[in-house]
Design a protein around this ligand. Structure first.
Ligand SMILES: N[C@@H](CCC(=O)N[C@@H](CS)C(=O)NCC(=O)O)C(=O)O
Length: 236
């Protein structure tokens, strides 16, 4: 299967999930190749200009950056997930940027030991979800009946909160009825479920434990010991 797409991945990476979800929505077969981001292999350093996953290897070319990767997939494989109308499409791309900025905020939630930084990112994320609440219609998806790329990029954010919400009351969803419904629908979507390996939640808990930030303090005592199998990723 010389032409099978290869998705160069890291188990916890939300950007990798974007590409995996889009390919699943389009029934595009692909092979995952995991790399250890704490000990990047030479072939990966050569192929990835920014040293980051995801890479999508298409025949002999390595595409990098999740945004261009999902846009490429959307142009080449049916069904189209972006709207056709240029204005609507530009608007969807802009909301993808909001999702990306939430991922930067999440990095601080996962790792900081500082209560003030934690609280400020918690507020920032809550405000961004409130913005989503204002633009969501009756669903089921971001733009109505058709699952789109905005859905695919927001789903990995909601996945973090499946673990975070066990650890601390972040007050993230109160009064955000549409966002809450969207979240639970996305978490049930087969493409979203299949985008990570079955032990994702345990790996995320290990990641939090090793960074020893505020969220890790709230891991139950019996879960405090890191599993010996996991390595410290550069980014989750
Ligand atoms: N802007 C990139 C972000 C990708 C990214 O941050 N990937 C992380 C893993 S989630 C990574 O590879 N980090 C390795 C490093 O920075 O050394 C995208 O959208 O693809």
């Amino acid at each position: 299967m010389q032409n099978t797409l290869k998705l160069v991945s890291f188990a916890l990476c939300p950007y990798v999930q974007r590409a995996a979800i889009v390919m699943a929505e389009k029934s595009v077969p692909f092979e995952r190749v995991n790399v250890d981001l704490s000990d990047k292999p030479d072939w990966f350093r050569e192929m990835s200009p920014l040293g980051k996953v995801p890479l999508l290897i298409v025949v002999d070319q390595a595409l990098f950056e999740s945004g261009p990767i999902v846009e490429y997939l959307d142009e080449v494989y049916a069904p189209a997930l972006h709207p056709k109308d240029p204005l609507a499409k530009a608007r969807h791309r802009a909301w993808m940027e909001v999702a990306t900025s939430i991922l930067s905020d999440i990095w601080v939630l996962e790792t900081t030991k500082d209560e003030a930084s934690f609280a400020s990112k918690q507020t920032a994320i809550r405000e961004k979800f409130a913005r989503f609440e204002n633009v969501l219609g009756d669903g089921p998806w971001f733009a109505g009946d058709r699952f789109g790329i905005v859905d695919a990029v927001v789903a990995p954010i909601f996945r973090y909160f499946e673990v975070f919400d066990e650890l601390r009351d972040l007050g993230m969803w109160a009064d955000l009825r549409k966002v809450s419904t969207w979240r639970s629908r996305l978490m049930q979507r087969p493409s979203v479920q299949a985008a990570v390996q079955p032990d994702y939640a345990d790996l995320l808990r290990d990641f939090l434990r090793r960074h020893d930030g505020i969220l890790a303090r709230n891991l139950p005592e019996r879960q405090k010991k890191p599993s010996t199998a996991s390595k410290v990723p550069a980014r989750a």
